[in-house]
Design a binder for this molecule. Sequence first.
Ligand code: NAI
Length: 412
Amino acid sequence: MASTSATSLSIGSTLSFGHKSRSLAQPKPLGVRLKSHASLASFSGLKATTSVSCEAESSFLGKESGVALQRSVARKPQKQSQRLQYHLQPRASFKVAILGAAGGIGQPLSLLIKMSPLVSALHLYDIANVKGVAADLSHCNTPSQVLDFTGASELPNSLKGVNVVVIPAGVPRKPGMTRDDLFNINANIVKSLVEAVADNCPDAFIHIISNPVNSTVPIAAEILKQKGVYDPKKLFGVTTLDVVRANTFVAQKKNLRLIDVDVPVVGGHAGITILPLLSKTRPSVSFTDEEVEELTVRIQNAGTEVVEAKAGAGSATLSMAYAAARFVESSLRALDGDGDVYECSFVQSDLTELPFFASRVKLGRKGIEALIPSDLQGLTEYEQKALDALKPELKASIEKGVEFAQKQAVAA
Ligand code: NAI
């Protein structure tokens, strides 16, 4: 296993504030902790070789890559055996598969995951165009080996031995479409991919990005149940982009240091089901009623902002890839034994009467270790009303997913 000291990839947008032993009732800020400012300094990755000497341990290039670069700068002869050892014994030890890797999200997400020092193998699967993406990425001198898999016949092999499966396969929204409009196409794609996950890597963490997440996650759960391998602790709807957006917009509005801001976002991942809990913002900050209304609506509609700006060319891809990479990195840190990893995600839940609900969760080696209820306590009147209002819509989307999967099972 890679040691935690090698995990300081600075994908997270928040820092811990020194409360290392916070109790569950007082959750720590979301996201990836940075272990030193060296990792923050290395985030761009575009560093001149002159600065390599102080970088190696914390850079996402990985210690070995840093050492290799230093050697190349020093022009010392390098024995063949040393190079072989690097390739055969990377510190990284986790395998990640991306299904839909050639897409708008899949490509930048693959690049960000290729940068992780925790990943030893990166499996890229798509129905088309994935060979070139893999060839391109494989030239980056980071530890993971990149393998490509094209089409249904290669899907099983792309999943063998994998620890984390990320699913951004599907069609994105066009202007005028809601996430629900994507249901028919993406429901079938998610169904067939999750069936393959169940058959080939049933113990993996599964990260569902394909929309509508409020329905595709319940579909995935039903498929896994039908296959007899459902572990609710390992199935996640990726809602990290809502948190990333909330943090950004709040920091801008209140002139806060972006890296300090942490806003939990609960509920679901579409329209009014996205509920940022602004009253729980860290650091503590007060908002006028107008600010709460404006920020809440902006966070809920941020996806549409991007869809409209792209004018028919798709939905959020780069910010989504950033958010998904953060969630992958958090999962890998949890798998690696870091006992201090918290993220918001849409998961099976008993925090409300709904069977699935996005909230902050604590991640561990076996998946979700705890759902964090404290964010839902002491809500403002605005938040409580919004929570009550989102429930019928979220319930309907969950039921639509469950019905779809059950009908498919009967038809089969
Ligand atoms: P895209 O169209 O650029 O890429 C989708 C990729 O999926 C393509 O490469 C396509 O070949 C592949 N694909 C289609 N069917 C497949 C199958 N059966 N197996 C494997 N791959 C398959 O779309 P984009 O922009 O990357 O979006 C992907 C999904 O992510 C959409 O459903 C979109 O709505 C969703 N999304 C989710 C967000 C979230 O916050 N959870 C945010 C933004 C988008």
